[in-house]
Design a protein around this ligand. Structure first.
Ligand code: NDP
Length: 455
């Protein structure tokens, strides 16, 4: 009989917390999860899932006009925001329930309320103190706003899914995942979009050629995408609109301002500092290779440790942790070759190094690229094109980066990521027979080198 109420007390029922709780409970230990909001965390309720549904909504819009080239004759149907929003909310409620059922089935308990760490082995929730052999912090992250006058007028991605009405115009601040995805969503739903990024080229950290290609396509679709541009203040007008003063002194009038300027780990008011859990300079929980904090009985994973704020990474961290603590034989999770996608319009997806990173790391790098129009668009009338790119380290012939922008990018790169993880060489890509006619086959038919780098 354990001297604690629980073997594992998880704070936060988001992707990482739920996965850890379910897997740990399946080993036969006593697990509870505390959650103050809806089960599923950001991904399910305010992130990946509703975002992807809204991206699909834009795809239908584009398909109506594209279909005329294939012989379909119909007037373009009207879009109803309330239907999309409410159907999304209904689906999410079902998902919340499904997750609670899964938790219960695994044997883990769910406690509603805000939990706070009291000591290395106890948590306070709803006025009750619970003891635990181990505590897992999986509290996620929250959006942060730029410190500008009028910041109270800014919306974050937390509020954007449930707007009462679709605006006619929206101003989006930021050049990362969320800003670029919502620029595509609102543009695809007929909203006039202006996206501002403070630097030279948005989507910092991704391959430059891909970023330029995506920027060009977004502009062609009608997004007013401005670089080296920032908002200095936002004022509300008597008619309910907003005026943003930009860094060049110009004014921009809009109906909504979305700030997608990054997310910060949720570490405040959790009692972490009081019990001695060390944080990084950026405010994330500091952990070792197996997610142990500076207090041996307290662990943390997911957005709160701020390694990679991606759901599949949190899931992988949870599985690594549970294997390490309760099953044995775990190896530390590798953060190399993690594929990722931005569901902008066009979407793009990458695994491995960008051309710039590859050139810094290796003396001889070969680049293979192809840009083309997908067969579908030969009749659709769309100007959309696809860019595919392989980065090869010449000495080993290994493919060290794969990138794609355009329709289907995320679906295709997921498979390519397996090949890169297996250490595939360019010769292996060349020996692989394509599937015709697809866009994906271009990954195995790239015979002519576009350029090479030597140093
Ligand atoms: P990102 O870190 O991706 O982007 C933040 C953007 O805001 C950057 O362009 C940054 O510029 C800019 N920025 C930061 N501070 C300011 C400021 N004070 N004024 C003006 N601009 C500013 O964060 P997001 O909020 O887009 O998303 C958070 C995280 O969530 C992502 O990093 C990603 O890990 C995850 N996510 C993943 C998705 C997916 O997998 N498809 C989708 C959505 C989110 P700069 O580059 O110059 O720093």
């Amino acid at each position: 009989m354990s001297r604690y109420d629980y073997d594992l007390f998880v704070i936060g029922a988001g992707s990482g917390g739920i996965r850890a709780a379910r897997m740990a409970a399946a080993t036969g230990i006593k697990v509870t999860v505390a959650e103050q909001a809806r089960t599923g965390g950001t991904c399910v309720n305010l992130g990946c899932v509703p975002k992807k549904l809204y991206v699909h909504a834009t795809e239908y819009g584009a398909a109506f006009s594209a279909a005329t080239g294939f012989g379909w004759q119909a007037t373009t149907p009207a879009f109803d925001w309330a239907t999309l929003r409410d159907n999304k909310s209904a689906l999410l409620s079902t998902s919340n329930q499904a997750m609670e059922n899964m938790l219960a089935k695994s044997g883990a308990e769910l406690i509603r309320g805000r939990a706070r760490v009291q000591t290395a082995h106890s948590v306070e929730i709803a006025g009750t103190s619970c003891s635990a052999a181990r505590i897992l912090i999986a509290t996620g992250s929250h959006p942060v706003f730029p410190a500008i006058p009028g910041r109270e007028h800014l919306l974050s991605s937390d509020q954007i899914f449930d707007l009462e009405r679709l605006p006619e115009r929206i101003l989006i601040i930021g050049g990362g995942y969320i800003a670029s995805e919502f620029a595509g969503i609102f543009n695809g739903l007929g909203v006039k979009v202006c996206q501002l990024y403070r630097g030279d080229l948005f989507l910092r950290g991704f391959d430059t050629e891909i970023r330029e290609f995506v920027a060009g396509h977004m502009r062609r679709k009608g997004i007013d995408l401005r670089f080296n541009c920032d908002v200095e203040k936002v004022e509300k007008e008597p008619d309910g609109s907003y005026t943003a003063t930009l860094n060049d002194g110009s004014l921009l009038t809009t109906d909504l301002v979305l700030a997608a300027t990054g997310r910060r780990p949720n570490t405040s008011e959790l009692g972490l500092e009081q019990v001695g859990v060390e944080l990084t300079a950026a405010g994330a929980v500091k952990v070792d290779d197996f997610y142990q904090t500076s207090i041996p009985s307290i662990f943390a994973l997911g957005d709160v440790i701020d390694r990679m704020q991606l759901t599949p990474v949190a899931l992988a961290e949870a599985m690594t942790l549970v294997k390490h603590l309760y099953q044995g034989g775990a190896t530390p999770l590798s953060y190399q070759l993690i594929p990722t996608a931005v569901f902008s319009n066009p979407p793009f997806s990458s695994v491995g190094l960008s051309e710039e990173e590859a050139c810094q790391r290796y003396p001889q790098v070969d680049i293979y690229t192809t840009e083309f129009r997908a067969l579908k668009h030969a009749l659709s009338g769309s100007g959309d094109r696809i860019l595919i790119k392989l980065i090869v380290e010449r000495n080993s012939d290994r493919v060290i980066g794969a990138h794609m922008a355009g329709e289907g990018a995320a679906e295709i790169i997921q498979g390519v990521a397996v090949a890169l993880k297996a250490g595939a060489t360019k010769a292996i890509f060349d020996q692989t027979v394509g599937i015709h006619p697809t866009s994906a086959e271009e990954f195995v038919t790239l015979r002519t080198m576009t350029r090479s780098h030597n140093r």
